[in-house]
Design a protein around this ligand. Structure first.
Ligand code: 5RP
Length: 297
């Protein structure tokens, strides 16, 4: 009963110090609940406001993707450098050590394989399992303009409603069908629809013309997908341009894990995203450190 024993004069109420009332560091996120903000802080670094998400969920529709054949061998060495892992619950449970304490973004939609119509997705995980696995967010594919557009939009809104009940953010992943033009007009349309319908943050592709209008017209943070494998300097330029034009980070897969030196590449990406390094400097780092990784590997 230390408080009862204490003399009252010893208490420090700091009556002259106003209580701190800070706004949350992420765009459009100030009115979210404490738990949601706490989970978003496991994804975005509060010091930089940015994230390097490592996307390794490709197997949910295309099986053992190049670079992801052996996640235990090829991907686990990257974990110390990812702010967040985006993956399926199957890979999380079977391969990722539970000592990984950074954010987990759970792939929460699925259904069709690459052999079928990809927009025909449904929700593929129960909220109880997302909570049991201590995830920081749920990711759902949204196919604006796709054959099953409305179904995927409903997947998003259902997930947002369920997530809001438990303080779990939703990442809307804008999926661009093969027949669609990947330009700023499409990305503005898709990302804005996702934000309007409640996504906590949105993943889009980077477009060289007008990407700043995509980030400007989306009221919540945008992260970019890496897309198909590019030469490392080009991938670093893309990440840098996206950040300069308002993106809050990357959710990158193939451009990291299909690199000849993935551990070095993810560190080069971090330099661009978190340290504001130029892509050329980050690439010099990649070239100088790559030899070590390839030698050791
Ligand atoms: C699959 C995804 C992937 O996570 C996404 O495409 C990121 O990976 P990459 O950088 O290889 O494009 O959402 O639909």
């Amino acid at each position: 009963m230390a408080d009862v024993d204490n003399v009252k004069e010893g208490k420090q109420f700091h009556v002259d110090v106003p209580a701190v009332s800070e706004s949350f560091f992420l765009k459009g996120s100030n009115s979210l609940d404490w738990g949601t903000k706490n989970r978003l802080s496991n994804i975005f670094n509060p010091d930089t406001g940015r994230t390097v998400m490592l996307a390794i969920d490709h197997g949910y529709f295309q099986g053992p993707t190049t670079g992801l054949e052996r996640i235990d061998v090829n991907i686990l060495p990257l974990l110390p450098y990812s702010d967040t892992l985006m993956l399926t619950r199957g890979i999380l449970r079977s391969i990722v050590p539970p000592t990984y304490t950074r954010g987990i973004v759970m792939r929460s939609s699925g259904g069709p394989s690459i052999l079928k119509e990809l927009s025909n997705e449904q929700l593929a995980v129960d909220i109880e399992d997302v909570i049991r696995l201590n995830c920081s967010a749920m990711a759902v594919q949204v196919h604006i303009g796709g054959e099953f557009e409305t179904q995927t939009v409903h997947n998003l809104t259902r997930l947002v409603d369920i997530g809001n009940r438990y303080g779990i953010p939703t990442l809307a992943v804008t999926a661009v069908g093969r027949q669609m033009v990947r330009d700023a007009k499409y990305m503005r349309l898709a990302s804005r629809i996702c934000a309007e319908l409640g996504a906590s943050y949105v993943k889009t592709y980077y477009v060289p013309e007008g990407f700043e209008t995509v980030t400007a017209s989306c009221p919540v943070p945008i992260v970019i997908a890496g897309g198909k494998k590019l030469p490392e300097l080009d991938a670093l330029k893309m990440a840098s341009n996206a950040i300069q034009q308002g993106a809050a980070g990357v959710d990158m897969g193939r451009n990291i894990f299909q690199s000849d030196a993935p551990v070095t590449m993810i560190q080069a990406v971090r330099k661009v995203v978190h340290e504001g390094e130029t892509p050329e400097h980050a690439h010099d780092y990649f070239l100088s450190m790559k030899r070590e990784e390839v030698k050791v590997g």
